[in-house]
Design a protein around this ligand. Sequence first.
Ligand code: ATP
Length: 437
Amino acid sequence: MDKLVSLAKRRGFVFQSSEVYGGLGSVWDYGPLGVALKRNIKDRWWQALVGGREDIEGLDAAILMHPKVWEASGHVGGFSDPMVDCRTCKARFRADKLADARCPQKPSKLPGEHAACQLTEPRQFNLMFKTFMGPMEETASVVYLRPETAQGIYVNFLNVLNASRQRIPFGIAQIGKAFRNEITPGNFIFRTREFEQMEMQFFVKPGSDEEWFEQWREIRMAWHLDLGLTPAKLRWHQHAPDELAHYAKAAYDIEYEFPFGWQEIEGVHNRTDFDLSRHQESSGKKLEYFEQATNERFLPYIIETSAGADRVTLTVMADAYREETVEGETRVVMGFLPAIAPIKAAILPLVKKDGMPELARALYHDVRRHVPAFYDDAGAIGRRYRRQDEVGTPWCITIDGDTTTQRSVTIRHRDSMAQDRVALDQVTTWLAARVGE
Ligand code: ATP
Protein backbone atom coordinates (compact mmCIF):
# COMPACT_ATOMS: atom_id res chain seq x y z
CA MET A 1 0.00 0.00 0.00
CA ASP A 2 2.80 2.43 0.87
CA LYS A 3 4.29 1.96 -2.58
CA LEU A 4 0.92 2.50 -4.22
CA VAL A 5 0.16 5.64 -2.20
CA SER A 6 3.57 7.07 -3.02
CA LEU A 7 3.23 6.28 -6.74
CA ALA A 8 -0.27 7.76 -6.72
CA LYS A 9 1.07 11.05 -5.38
CA ARG A 10 4.27 11.19 -7.41
CA ARG A 11 2.56 10.50 -10.72
CA GLY A 12 -0.58 12.56 -10.15
CA PHE A 13 -3.26 9.98 -9.43
CA VAL A 14 -4.30 11.02 -5.91
CA PHE A 15 -3.23 13.84 -3.57
CA GLN A 16 -4.17 14.51 0.00
CA SER A 17 -6.82 17.23 0.26
CA SER A 18 -5.51 20.64 1.40
CA GLU A 19 -2.02 19.18 1.67
CA VAL A 20 -0.33 22.55 2.11
CA TYR A 21 -2.30 22.94 5.34
CA GLY A 22 -1.32 19.50 6.58
CA GLY A 23 -4.20 17.69 4.90
CA LEU A 24 -7.82 17.09 5.84
CA GLY A 25 -8.58 13.75 7.48
CA SER A 26 -9.49 11.10 4.94
CA VAL A 27 -10.39 13.45 2.13
CA TRP A 28 -8.48 13.07 -1.14
CA ASP A 29 -8.12 14.89 -4.45
CA TYR A 30 -7.68 13.22 -7.81
CA GLY A 31 -4.83 14.51 -9.97
CA PRO A 32 -4.65 14.49 -13.78
CA LEU A 33 -4.21 10.73 -14.14
CA GLY A 34 -6.50 9.81 -11.23
CA VAL A 35 -9.41 11.84 -12.54
CA ALA A 36 -9.00 10.17 -15.95
CA LEU A 37 -8.84 6.68 -14.43
CA LYS A 38 -11.85 7.21 -12.18
CA ARG A 39 -13.85 8.78 -15.01
CA ASN A 40 -13.10 5.81 -17.26
CA ILE A 41 -14.36 3.47 -14.54
CA LYS A 42 -17.51 5.52 -14.01
CA ASP A 43 -18.14 5.73 -17.77
CA ARG A 44 -17.75 1.96 -18.05
CA TRP A 45 -20.27 1.44 -15.27
CA TRP A 46 -22.70 3.92 -16.85
CA GLN A 47 -22.31 2.31 -20.25
CA ALA A 48 -22.89 -1.19 -18.82
CA LEU A 49 -26.06 -0.15 -16.98
CA VAL A 50 -27.63 2.84 -18.72
CA GLY A 51 -26.14 2.86 -22.22
CA GLY A 52 -26.14 -0.87 -22.69
CA ARG A 53 -29.62 -1.72 -21.39
CA GLU A 54 -33.06 -0.54 -22.39
CA ASP A 55 -34.53 -1.19 -18.92
CA ILE A 56 -32.39 1.28 -16.93
CA GLU A 57 -32.70 5.08 -16.87
CA GLY A 58 -30.13 7.57 -15.59
CA LEU A 59 -30.64 10.19 -12.88
CA ASP A 60 -28.61 12.92 -11.21
CA ALA A 61 -30.37 13.91 -7.98
CA ALA A 62 -29.14 16.75 -5.76
CA ILE A 63 -26.88 16.12 -2.78
CA LEU A 64 -29.14 18.18 -0.51
CA MET A 65 -32.56 16.69 0.07
CA HIS A 66 -35.56 17.42 2.27
CA PRO A 67 -34.61 16.42 5.85
CA LYS A 68 -37.73 14.26 6.06
CA VAL A 69 -36.14 11.93 3.50
CA TRP A 70 -33.54 10.94 6.06
CA GLU A 71 -36.10 10.50 8.82
CA ALA A 72 -38.19 8.20 6.64
CA SER A 73 -35.19 6.25 5.40
CA GLY A 74 -34.11 5.51 8.95
CA HIS A 75 -30.83 7.43 8.67
CA VAL A 76 -31.63 10.07 11.31
CA GLY A 77 -32.51 7.42 13.84
CA GLY A 78 -30.27 4.60 12.84
CA PHE A 79 -27.39 5.48 10.52
CA SER A 80 -24.79 5.17 13.19
CA ASP A 81 -21.81 3.08 14.11
CA PRO A 82 -20.88 2.01 17.62
CA MET A 83 -17.98 4.16 18.78
CA VAL A 84 -15.57 3.69 21.65
CA ASP A 85 -13.09 6.22 23.01
CA CYS A 86 -9.75 5.39 24.51
CA ARG A 87 -9.46 7.19 27.83
CA THR A 88 -5.68 6.93 27.68
CA CYS A 89 -4.72 7.97 24.15
CA LYS A 90 -7.98 9.85 23.39
CA ALA A 91 -8.39 8.09 20.05
CA ARG A 92 -11.75 6.92 18.70
CA PHE A 93 -12.58 3.61 17.11
CA ARG A 94 -15.47 1.73 15.60
CA ALA A 95 -16.32 -0.89 18.18
CA ASP A 96 -17.46 -3.40 15.56
CA LYS A 97 -14.10 -3.20 13.75
CA LEU A 98 -11.89 -3.80 16.78
CA ALA A 99 -10.16 -7.18 16.89
CA ASP A 100 -10.66 -7.42 20.65
CA ALA A 101 -11.60 -5.19 23.56
CA ARG A 102 -8.19 -3.46 23.60
CA CYS A 103 -7.10 -0.12 22.21
CA PRO A 104 -5.17 -0.65 18.96
CA GLN A 105 -3.32 2.69 19.25
CA LYS A 106 -0.10 3.69 20.87
CA PRO A 107 1.04 3.24 23.61
CA SER A 108 -0.80 -0.07 23.70
CA LYS A 109 1.17 -1.16 20.63
CA LEU A 110 4.11 -1.76 22.96
CA PRO A 111 4.08 -5.28 24.36
CA GLY A 112 2.68 -5.54 27.84
CA GLU A 113 1.18 -2.04 27.81
CA HIS A 114 -2.37 -2.94 26.84
CA ALA A 115 -3.43 -2.59 30.40
CA ALA A 116 -2.48 1.11 30.22
CA CYS A 117 -5.27 1.81 27.73
CA GLN A 118 -8.87 1.90 28.80
CA LEU A 119 -11.79 1.93 26.40
CA THR A 120 -15.18 3.42 27.11
CA GLU A 121 -18.43 1.54 26.56
CA PRO A 122 -19.66 1.78 22.93
CA ARG A 123 -21.93 4.73 22.07
CA GLN A 124 -23.88 5.23 18.85
CA PHE A 125 -22.45 7.91 16.57
CA ASN A 126 -24.52 9.22 13.65
CA LEU A 127 -22.49 9.33 10.44
CA MET A 128 -24.42 12.04 8.61
CA PHE A 129 -22.86 15.47 8.05
CA LYS A 130 -25.21 18.28 9.00
CA THR A 131 -25.35 21.78 7.65
CA PHE A 132 -27.84 24.64 7.61
CA MET A 133 -30.01 25.87 4.77
CA GLY A 134 -30.77 29.57 4.63
CA PRO A 135 -29.49 32.34 6.89
CA MET A 136 -30.50 30.90 10.27
CA GLU A 137 -28.30 28.36 12.01
CA GLU A 138 -31.11 26.69 13.95
CA THR A 139 -32.61 23.22 14.28
CA ALA A 140 -35.41 24.00 11.85
CA SER A 141 -32.96 24.70 9.05
CA VAL A 142 -30.77 21.60 9.41
CA VAL A 143 -30.13 19.70 6.20
CA TYR A 144 -27.83 16.75 5.62
CA LEU A 145 -25.20 15.95 3.06
CA ARG A 146 -26.54 12.70 1.64
CA PRO A 147 -24.82 9.59 3.01
CA GLU A 148 -25.92 7.55 -0.03
CA THR A 149 -27.29 8.37 -3.46
CA ALA A 150 -30.06 5.76 -3.28
CA GLN A 151 -32.69 7.95 -1.58
CA GLY A 152 -32.60 10.42 -4.49
CA ILE A 153 -33.63 7.53 -6.69
CA TYR A 154 -36.48 6.32 -4.45
CA VAL A 155 -38.14 9.71 -4.14
CA ASN A 156 -37.90 10.15 -7.92
CA PHE A 157 -39.27 6.70 -8.70
CA LEU A 158 -42.63 7.93 -10.03
CA ASN A 159 -41.11 10.92 -11.83
CA VAL A 160 -38.76 8.69 -13.78
CA LEU A 161 -41.42 6.05 -14.36
CA ASN A 162 -43.90 8.54 -15.80
CA ALA A 163 -41.36 10.51 -17.81
CA SER A 164 -39.64 7.52 -19.34
CA ARG A 165 -42.72 5.32 -19.79
CA GLN A 166 -40.78 2.32 -18.52
CA ARG A 167 -42.65 -0.70 -17.24
CA ILE A 168 -41.65 -2.79 -14.25
CA PRO A 169 -39.14 -4.42 -14.08
CA PHE A 170 -36.86 -1.45 -14.70
CA GLY A 171 -34.01 0.34 -12.97
CA ILE A 172 -32.66 3.82 -12.20
CA ALA A 173 -28.93 4.42 -12.05
CA GLN A 174 -27.01 7.28 -10.56
CA ILE A 175 -23.40 8.28 -9.93
CA GLY A 176 -22.74 10.96 -7.36
CA LYS A 177 -21.06 12.16 -4.22
CA ALA A 178 -21.96 10.85 -0.79
CA PHE A 179 -20.65 11.91 2.61
CA ARG A 180 -20.16 9.97 5.84
CA ASN A 181 -18.49 11.21 8.96
CA GLU A 182 -16.65 7.91 9.36
CA ILE A 183 -15.20 7.23 12.80
CA THR A 184 -12.19 5.29 11.61
CA PRO A 185 -11.59 6.15 7.99
CA GLY A 186 -8.40 5.11 6.32
CA ASN A 187 -6.52 2.86 3.98
CA PHE A 188 -6.02 5.67 1.49
CA ILE A 189 -9.14 6.11 -0.68
CA PHE A 190 -10.76 2.91 0.63
CA ARG A 191 -12.79 4.59 3.37
CA THR A 192 -13.11 8.35 3.06
CA ARG A 193 -15.49 10.96 4.38
CA GLU A 194 -16.40 12.26 0.94
CA PHE A 195 -16.75 9.68 -1.81
CA GLU A 196 -18.61 8.81 -4.95
CA GLN A 197 -21.15 6.05 -5.33
CA MET A 198 -22.36 4.24 -8.43
CA GLU A 199 -25.79 2.97 -7.47
CA MET A 200 -28.55 1.26 -9.40
CA GLN A 201 -31.98 0.50 -7.98
CA PHE A 202 -34.01 -2.08 -9.89
CA PHE A 203 -37.78 -2.06 -9.30
CA VAL A 204 -39.45 -5.44 -9.59
CA LYS A 205 -42.78 -7.10 -8.87
CA PRO A 206 -42.85 -8.71 -5.42
CA GLY A 207 -42.38 -12.42 -5.89
CA SER A 208 -39.88 -11.96 -8.71
CA ASP A 209 -37.36 -10.28 -6.38
CA GLU A 210 -35.33 -13.37 -5.53
CA GLU A 211 -34.81 -14.24 -9.17
CA TRP A 212 -33.76 -10.68 -10.02
CA PHE A 213 -31.49 -10.59 -7.00
CA GLU A 214 -29.59 -13.62 -8.36
CA GLN A 215 -29.44 -12.09 -11.84
CA TRP A 216 -27.99 -8.87 -10.51
CA ARG A 217 -25.41 -10.69 -8.44
CA GLU A 218 -24.22 -12.43 -11.56
CA ILE A 219 -24.18 -9.28 -13.68
CA ARG A 220 -22.25 -7.27 -11.12
CA MET A 221 -19.59 -9.89 -10.48
CA ALA A 222 -19.12 -10.24 -14.24
CA TRP A 223 -18.60 -6.47 -14.48
CA HIS A 224 -15.74 -6.54 -11.96
CA LEU A 225 -14.14 -9.50 -13.71
CA ASP A 226 -14.48 -7.66 -16.98
CA LEU A 227 -12.49 -4.77 -15.49
CA GLY A 228 -9.56 -7.18 -15.54
CA LEU A 229 -9.47 -7.80 -11.77
CA THR A 230 -7.74 -11.01 -10.68
CA PRO A 231 -10.55 -13.59 -10.29
CA ALA A 232 -8.90 -15.24 -7.25
CA LYS A 233 -9.02 -11.89 -5.44
CA LEU A 234 -12.79 -11.53 -5.77
CA ARG A 235 -15.33 -13.35 -3.66
CA TRP A 236 -18.86 -13.12 -2.29
CA HIS A 237 -19.65 -12.44 1.31
CA GLN A 238 -23.20 -13.23 2.34
CA HIS A 239 -24.60 -11.16 5.19
CA ALA A 240 -25.64 -13.40 8.06
CA PRO A 241 -29.08 -12.67 9.58
CA ASP A 242 -27.51 -10.62 12.41
CA GLU A 243 -25.49 -8.57 9.88
CA LEU A 244 -28.43 -7.66 7.63
CA ALA A 245 -29.42 -4.00 7.52
CA HIS A 246 -32.90 -3.20 8.79
CA TYR A 247 -34.23 -2.81 5.24
CA ALA A 248 -32.73 -5.91 3.67
CA LYS A 249 -34.17 -9.35 2.99
CA ALA A 250 -30.87 -10.58 1.55
CA ALA A 251 -27.47 -8.98 1.04
CA TYR A 252 -24.23 -10.04 -0.54
CA ASP A 253 -21.01 -8.05 -0.75
CA ILE A 254 -18.48 -8.40 -3.51
CA GLU A 255 -15.15 -8.42 -1.70
CA TYR A 256 -11.64 -7.88 -3.00
CA GLU A 257 -8.44 -9.03 -1.37
CA PHE A 258 -6.57 -5.76 -0.74
CA PRO A 259 -3.05 -5.69 0.73
CA PHE A 260 -4.87 -4.93 4.02
CA GLY A 261 -7.27 -7.90 3.73
CA TRP A 262 -10.62 -8.87 2.19
CA GLN A 263 -12.96 -5.87 2.05
CA GLU A 264 -16.29 -4.92 0.49
CA ILE A 265 -16.22 -3.08 -2.82
CA GLU A 266 -19.89 -3.42 -3.78
CA GLY A 267 -23.11 -4.46 -2.10
CA VAL A 268 -26.05 -6.18 -3.78
CA HIS A 269 -29.16 -5.93 -1.63
CA ASN A 270 -32.76 -7.05 -1.76
CA ARG A 271 -34.36 -4.04 -0.05
CA THR A 272 -37.95 -5.29 -0.41
CA ASP A 273 -40.58 -2.50 -0.46
CA PHE A 274 -39.05 -0.97 2.66
CA ASP A 275 -37.91 2.31 1.08
CA LEU A 276 -40.97 3.04 -1.04
CA SER A 277 -43.36 2.15 1.78
CA ARG A 278 -41.46 4.41 4.20
CA HIS A 279 -41.54 7.35 1.78
CA GLN A 280 -45.18 6.69 0.94
CA GLU A 281 -46.09 6.69 4.60
CA SER A 282 -43.99 9.67 5.52
CA SER A 283 -44.91 11.91 2.56
CA GLY A 284 -48.55 10.85 2.34
CA LYS A 285 -48.11 10.44 -1.47
CA LYS A 286 -48.97 7.16 -3.15
CA LEU A 287 -45.88 5.60 -4.68
CA GLU A 288 -47.57 2.48 -6.01
CA TYR A 289 -47.16 1.03 -9.44
CA PHE A 290 -50.19 0.11 -11.53
CA GLU A 291 -49.75 -2.97 -13.68
CA GLN A 292 -52.14 -2.77 -16.59
CA ALA A 293 -51.91 -6.40 -17.66
CA THR A 294 -53.18 -7.65 -14.30
CA ASN A 295 -55.01 -4.56 -13.09
CA GLU A 296 -52.94 -4.73 -9.91
CA ARG A 297 -51.49 -1.99 -7.78
CA PHE A 298 -48.41 -2.71 -5.71
CA LEU A 299 -45.29 -1.24 -4.18
CA PRO A 300 -42.35 -2.64 -6.13
CA TYR A 301 -39.50 -4.47 -4.44
CA ILE A 302 -36.05 -3.03 -4.98
CA ILE A 303 -32.84 -4.83 -5.85
CA GLU A 304 -29.94 -2.48 -5.24
CA THR A 305 -26.39 -2.65 -6.57
CA SER A 306 -24.17 -0.16 -4.74
CA ALA A 307 -20.49 0.33 -5.54
CA GLY A 308 -18.01 3.01 -4.53
CA ALA A 309 -16.27 4.69 -7.47
CA ASP A 310 -13.25 5.52 -5.30
CA ARG A 311 -13.12 2.03 -3.88
CA VAL A 312 -13.28 0.46 -7.32
CA THR A 313 -10.55 2.87 -8.45
CA LEU A 314 -8.38 1.74 -5.54
CA THR A 315 -9.15 -1.89 -6.38
CA VAL A 316 -8.15 -1.36 -9.99
CA MET A 317 -4.92 0.35 -8.91
CA ALA A 318 -4.02 -2.29 -6.32
CA ASP A 319 -4.76 -5.08 -8.76
CA ALA A 320 -2.82 -3.45 -11.59
CA TYR A 321 0.36 -2.76 -9.59
CA ARG A 322 3.25 -5.12 -10.21
CA GLU A 323 7.04 -5.10 -10.02
CA GLU A 324 9.20 -7.03 -12.45
CA THR A 325 12.91 -7.51 -12.75
CA VAL A 326 14.16 -6.89 -16.25
CA GLU A 327 17.89 -7.20 -16.95
CA GLY A 328 18.70 -6.66 -13.30
CA GLU A 329 16.48 -3.60 -13.00
CA THR A 330 13.08 -3.31 -11.38
CA ARG A 331 10.28 -2.00 -13.51
CA VAL A 332 6.97 -0.99 -11.95
CA VAL A 333 3.97 -1.63 -14.17
CA MET A 334 0.37 -0.59 -13.73
CA GLY A 335 -1.31 -3.24 -15.85
CA PHE A 336 -4.58 -1.36 -16.51
CA LEU A 337 -6.90 -2.61 -19.22
CA PRO A 338 -6.35 -0.31 -22.23
CA ALA A 339 -10.01 0.72 -21.99
CA ILE A 340 -9.51 2.30 -18.55
CA ALA A 341 -5.85 3.36 -18.76
CA PRO A 342 -5.63 7.14 -18.29
CA ILE A 343 -3.16 7.53 -21.16
CA LYS A 344 -3.52 5.17 -24.12
CA ALA A 345 -0.39 6.02 -26.07
CA ALA A 346 2.88 7.89 -25.50
CA ILE A 347 4.61 9.42 -28.50
CA LEU A 348 8.38 9.46 -28.12
CA PRO A 349 10.95 10.77 -30.58
CA LEU A 350 14.09 8.61 -30.20
CA VAL A 351 16.36 11.66 -30.25
CA LYS A 352 15.75 15.41 -30.32
CA LYS A 353 17.14 15.91 -33.84
CA ASP A 354 16.98 14.78 -37.48
CA GLY A 355 13.37 15.88 -37.83
CA MET A 356 12.14 13.33 -35.29
CA PRO A 357 10.54 15.78 -32.79
CA GLU A 358 8.60 17.43 -35.62
CA LEU A 359 7.23 14.12 -36.90
CA ALA A 360 6.48 13.00 -33.34
CA ARG A 361 4.60 16.22 -32.54
CA ALA A 362 2.51 15.93 -35.68
CA LEU A 363 1.64 12.33 -34.80
CA TYR A 364 0.89 13.32 -31.21
CA HIS A 365 -1.62 15.94 -32.31
CA ASP A 366 -3.24 13.46 -34.66
CA VAL A 367 -3.48 10.68 -32.03
CA ARG A 368 -4.79 13.09 -29.37
CA ARG A 369 -7.83 13.81 -31.48
CA HIS A 370 -8.85 10.15 -31.01
CA VAL A 371 -7.44 8.94 -27.69
CA PRO A 372 -5.70 10.44 -24.63
CA ALA A 373 -1.99 10.59 -25.48
CA PHE A 374 1.23 11.94 -24.00
CA TYR A 375 4.32 13.45 -25.63
CA ASP A 376 7.75 12.99 -24.06
CA ASP A 377 11.16 13.78 -25.55
CA ALA A 378 13.18 14.07 -22.32
CA GLY A 379 15.86 11.55 -21.34
CA ALA A 380 16.93 8.09 -22.45
CA ILE A 381 14.29 6.05 -24.27
CA GLY A 382 14.45 3.21 -21.69
CA ARG A 383 13.67 5.65 -18.91
CA ARG A 384 10.79 7.12 -20.85
CA TYR A 385 9.35 3.62 -21.40
CA ARG A 386 9.55 2.95 -17.68
CA ARG A 387 7.83 6.19 -16.82
CA GLN A 388 4.94 5.12 -19.04
CA ASP A 389 4.86 1.57 -17.58
CA GLU A 390 4.49 3.11 -14.15
CA VAL A 391 1.30 4.94 -15.13
CA GLY A 392 -0.08 2.04 -17.13
CA THR A 393 0.19 3.42 -20.68
CA PRO A 394 -0.44 0.36 -22.88
CA TRP A 395 1.56 1.53 -25.92
CA CYS A 396 4.67 3.62 -26.52
CA ILE A 397 5.11 4.83 -30.07
CA THR A 398 8.68 5.65 -30.99
CA ILE A 399 9.69 7.85 -33.89
CA ASP A 400 13.16 6.81 -35.04
CA GLY A 401 15.47 7.01 -38.04
CA ASP A 402 13.24 4.68 -40.07
CA THR A 403 10.25 6.94 -39.54
CA THR A 404 11.88 9.64 -41.64
CA THR A 405 13.00 7.26 -44.37
CA GLN A 406 10.32 4.55 -44.39
CA ARG A 407 7.38 6.36 -42.77
CA SER A 408 6.96 3.71 -40.06
CA VAL A 409 7.11 3.71 -36.23
CA THR A 410 7.81 1.23 -33.47
CA ILE A 411 4.94 0.42 -31.12
CA ARG A 412 6.07 -1.11 -27.85
CA HIS A 413 3.61 -3.12 -25.78
CA ARG A 414 3.63 -2.35 -22.05
CA ASP A 415 3.10 -5.91 -20.80
CA SER A 416 5.22 -8.02 -23.16
CA MET A 417 7.62 -5.23 -24.10
CA ALA A 418 7.44 -6.67 -27.63
CA GLN A 419 7.70 -4.19 -30.46
CA ASP A 420 5.71 -3.95 -33.68
CA ARG A 421 6.58 -1.93 -36.75
CA VAL A 422 3.53 -0.01 -37.97
CA ALA A 423 3.15 2.42 -40.89
CA LEU A 424 2.97 6.03 -39.69
CA ASP A 425 -0.34 6.63 -41.44
CA GLN A 426 -1.83 3.48 -39.84
CA VAL A 427 -1.12 4.40 -36.21
CA THR A 428 -4.53 5.85 -35.33
CA THR A 429 -6.36 2.91 -36.97
CA TRP A 430 -4.04 0.49 -35.14
CA LEU A 431 -4.83 2.17 -31.82
CA ALA A 432 -8.57 2.45 -32.49
CA ALA A 433 -8.72 -1.32 -33.05
CA ARG A 434 -7.17 -2.04 -29.64
CA VAL A 435 -8.13 0.78 -27.32
CA GLY A 436 -11.44 -0.76 -26.25
CA GLU A 437 -9.80 -3.99 -25.04
P1 ATP B 1 -19.07 -0.31 5.88
O1 ATP B 1 -19.84 -1.34 6.66
O2 ATP B 1 -17.72 -0.78 5.41
O3 ATP B 1 -19.03 1.05 6.51
P2 ATP B 1 -21.39 -0.12 4.23
O4 ATP B 1 -21.83 -1.54 4.23
O5 ATP B 1 -22.05 0.88 5.09
O6 ATP B 1 -19.82 -0.09 4.48
P3 ATP B 1 -22.75 0.60 1.89
O7 ATP B 1 -23.63 1.54 2.59
O8 ATP B 1 -23.31 -0.71 1.44
O9 ATP B 1 -21.42 0.37 2.75
O10 ATP B 1 -22.12 1.38 0.68
C1 ATP B 1 -22.07 0.85 -0.63
C2 ATP B 1 -20.70 1.06 -1.25
O11 ATP B 1 -20.28 2.42 -1.14
C3 ATP B 1 -19.60 0.27 -0.57
O12 ATP B 1 -19.50 -1.04 -1.12
C4 ATP B 1 -18.38 1.08 -0.90
O13 ATP B 1 -17.85 0.72 -2.17
C5 ATP B 1 -18.88 2.50 -0.94
N1 ATP B 1 -18.59 3.20 0.31
C6 ATP B 1 -19.32 3.20 1.46
N2 ATP B 1 -18.75 3.96 2.40
C7 ATP B 1 -17.61 4.46 1.85
C8 ATP B 1 -16.57 5.32 2.32
N3 ATP B 1 -16.60 5.84 3.53
N4 ATP B 1 -15.55 5.61 1.49
C9 ATP B 1 -15.52 5.11 0.23
N5 ATP B 1 -16.47 4.30 -0.27
C10 ATP B 1 -17.51 3.98 0.51
